[in-house]
Design a binder for this molecule. Structure first.
Ligand SMILES: Nc1ncnc2c1ncn2[C@@H]1O[C@H](COP(=O)(O)OP(=O)(O)OP(=O)(O)O)[C@@H](O)[C@H]1O
Length: 259
């Protein structure tokens, strides 16, 4: 896998709301085989950039591509069908479906007969449902959750719900996995479990992007980190380079949030 070729790239991304520029012409490259962090103080533009990459926002300027294929104009569902998937800051599991069924929803984008037909009492549907259930159980087991398939999300603690959400994102074998504040709402031990899971997920053919406020998590899992401030990158580099960058130190010491 050529990590440069199989990269998610943004060139000259500019986004404004009501004439206020929140992203000021950003060039960014998220490479396969790396975990790339996106950090910055509150209001820096992290979520806006994330949303441009997933297709939730359309930047007024710039191009977004994966493996050289332009993605501009494609809505989130079309990007997901191309293997570019995301998790949400607030756990977004269906409360009335079992954990296994929630994870099975992540397979639907793969172009099988589909999640709905898998629930119809037809031979094809039954076979497909069994295959999807096996894949869902395997994804859950891979993330250290072997016995929760029959439970409902509400029966699990927040840390496990987060892992179920990640299982749903990875069960369809994405090429780009975008995680929006995966540690939000987790306690220290849940964050440690998540850190181990994210490290394990990293593989040579997967682009992983993490927007996160938890600096310990970012510094321990990321290969490269982009630091945003007021819609511009002020630094990019390894955790060690970013940690000792004078501008980054100034931004974080000068900001009044708890990063
Ligand atoms: N839908 C919107 N309409 C108007 N302004 C917006 C919208 N979304 C974001 N903004 C503005 O864009 C700027 C960047 O916000 P964004 O949420 O991208 O920052 P962030 O770095 O993700 O912050 P946080 O860490 O607090 O989530 C902020 O000034 C915000 O008020």
């Amino acid at each position: 896998m050529d990590q440069q070729t199989h990269a998610l790239r943004g060139e000259g991304i500019a986004l404004s709301f009501g004439g206020i520029k929140v992203l000021k012409g950003l060039d960014v490259e998220f490479r396969a085989g790396e975990i790339t962090g996106l950090i910055g103080p509150n209001g820096a533009g992290k979520t806006s950039l994330f949303n441009c990459l997933t297709g939730a926002y359309s930047p007024q300027e710039g191009t977004i591509s994966y493996a050289g294929e332009p993605l501009n104009g494609l809505p989130p569902a079309a990007r997901a069908a191309k293997g570019i998937v995301r998790s949400f800051q607030h756990v977004a599991l269906c409360p009335d479906l079992t954990v296994r069924e929630n994870v099975m929803m992540g397979i639907a984008r793969n172009g099988t007969a589909g999640w709905f037909s898998a629930f119809l009492p037809l031979t094809k549907g039954i076979r497909e449902r069994e295959e999807m259930a096996r894949a869902a159980d395997a994804a859950l087991a891979d993330l250290g959750l072997p016995d929760v398939g029959d439970k409902f999300p509400g029966e699990l603690p927040p840390g496990m719900q987060r892992l179920v959400e990640i299982a749903r994102a990875v069960v369809g074998k994405p090429s780009v996995l975008m995680l929006d504040e995966p540690a939000a709402g987790l306690n220290n031990s849940e964050t440690r479990d998540l850190t181990a899971v994210l490290r394990k997920l990293a593989s040579t053919d997967l682009v992983m992007v993490v927007v996160e406020h938890d600096m310990d998590l970012v510094m321990s899992i990321c290969d490269r980190i982009y630091v945003l401030n007021f819609g511009e990158f002020v630094a990019v580099g390894s955790p060690g380079e970013v940690r000792t960058n004078d501008d980054v130190v100034r931004i974080y010491l000068g900001s009044d949030d708890d990063e």
